[in-house]
Design a protein around this ligand. Structure first.
Ligand code: ZN
Length: 433
């Protein structure tokens, strides 16, 4: 096995690419050095100073359209005092590579890099172009990263297949089996800022026009609405696969009816699991509330920010009509922060089957399943242009460690990193020869 993966990941983690500000040029320089040494040409893109993305390519014959290996170089902020190790130390502790980005998603970047380099080093003949793409700004919406690339350089980023972040092989979700996931889709955000003016005054004399009370009541009407359960195609297939291990899903496996699945989910208390709840319905989370400065003063203004996520296939327009109706306060001004639809790629494709096959070869007892991402990724930019994008990282991650993504003490075991790298190489070779 190859310790290059470990060394490279440790070095990559040590580059502080916290977004904001991003400073992805640090990571782009890291890749530039590697490409220079390997004699691989590359191109960089820098829409704003320091916000660099980098693309390298190995040409193949044109029998098939290109494959893009995509990952983002920026990471989310780490609050050092909440961590038990240095977030940008890139240290190995108890057989784990530790630091911000170890799971999201510098690990994947190194797997992709090594798959790419191996093809270059061995001179393997490819039947399609293979593109390595490391981008800026995913953690803040991608405007300085993939958003910019697709908008301003569309011809350089056309592909038959994009492999990106979005899923892992999870241990501990099922008692006996690994769940090897591939993510063909994600929910869409509907992030809103709500603003309400009112009448200021003395706290001793409430007058019924307190904007903080008004906005709280309105948001509560929204939060208290029980959103319906909807089984989308990815989630339908996910539970069909899990039925191999979760016996209570057998009636659904037998009849395949969404009503049956909904009944099982309700009767077995699965909605109490936040992940499953969010897989089967739109969600609403009130995350920011601003108003008032003093206990005895009625404020003149209140503001709330609400993070809502829509299942693929749901209409944003209809959802906004529902939101306005539930808020039931026409003095609330609604400002969109970010809104786009959930997005998916077909799973009935040759490349999906091929990835699944490789996973099954390595882990014959595992359950492979498509996974609906609850968060967002840069895949949506490609899916919006009609390209197929899958989230896929073949590293085994204990369910509990997923909390560290955007949380504290992010780490990946050395073994998962090494094995994942080997599997990734296998997938890329099979897809391109
Ligand atoms: Zn990520």
């Amino acid at each position: 096995m190859n310790d290059e993966a470990v060394e490279l990941l440790c070095g990559y983690i040590r580059l502080d690419t916290t977004n904001p500000p991003g400073s992805e040029y640090l990571a782009a320089d890291f890749f530039k050095r590697i490409f220079k040494e390997a004699g691989i040409e590359y191109k960089t893109y820098e829409p704003k100073p320091g916000r660099v993305s980098i693309r390298a390519e190995i040409q193949g014959s044109d029998r098939k359209g290109p494959v893009i290996l995509l990952h983002h170089m920026d990471v989310i902020a780490a609050n050092v005092k909440d961590w038990s190790f240095e977030p940008f130390g890139g240290d190995i502790i108890d057989s784990h590579i530790c630091g911000r980005g170890a799971l999201d998603t510098k690990n994947l970047g190194i797997m992709q890099l090594l798959a790419f380099l191996e093809i270059k080093r061995t001179g393997l003949k490819l039947n399609r172009d293979l593109i390595f793409l490391a981008t800026a700004d995913e953690e803040s919406g991608g405007d300085c990263g993939v958003g910019h690339l697709i908008r301003d350089h569309p011809d350089e980023f056309k592909a038959d297949l994009v492999l990106n972040e979005g899923s892992y092989i999870i241990s501990g979700l099922s008692q006996n089996k690994l769940i090897a996931m591939i993510s063909p889709g994600e929910k869409g955000p509907c992030w809103l800022r709500l603003k309400r003016k009112g009448i200021p005054g003395h706290g001793s004399t409430p007058h019924g026009e307190n904007p903080l009370e008004k906005i709280s009541q309105a948001v509560n009407r929204l939060l208290n609405y029980e959103l319906p359960l909807t089984i989308t195609p990815i989630v339908a297939e996910y539970f069909k696969r899990l039925a191999a291990d979760w016996d209570f899903l057998k009636p659904y496996e037998a009849d395949g009816k969404p009503e049956t699945l909904i009944k099982i989910i309700q009767e077995n208390g699965l909605l109490a699991m936040p992940q499953i709840n969010a897989m089967v319905r739109n969600t609403i989370s009130l995350n920011v509330l601003k108003s008032g400065a003093k206990v005895n003063v009625i404020p003149s203004f209140a503001e709330a920010e609400v993070d809502m996520r829509l299942l693929p296939g749901q209409s944003m327009e209809e959802f906004m009509t529902f939101v306005r109706k539930q808020l039931a306060d026409d003095q609330i001004v609604i400002e969109p922060i970010s809104q786009y639809a959930g997005n998916t790629s077909e799973i009935d494709t040759e490349s999906y089957r091929l990835i699944e096959e490789v996973l099954q070869e390595h882990y014959p007892d595992a359950i492979t399943a498509p996974y609906l991402m609850l968060g967002t990724s840069d895949s949506r930019f490609f899916r919006e242009k009609g390209m197929t994008a899958y989230g896929f990282c073949p590293a085994i991650i204990p369910l509990d460690d997923l909390k560290s993504i955007h949380g504290n003490d992010e780490k990946i075991s050395v073994e998962s990193m090494l094995t994942g790298t080997e599997i990734y190489k296998g997938v890329v070779k099979r897809l391109c020869t």
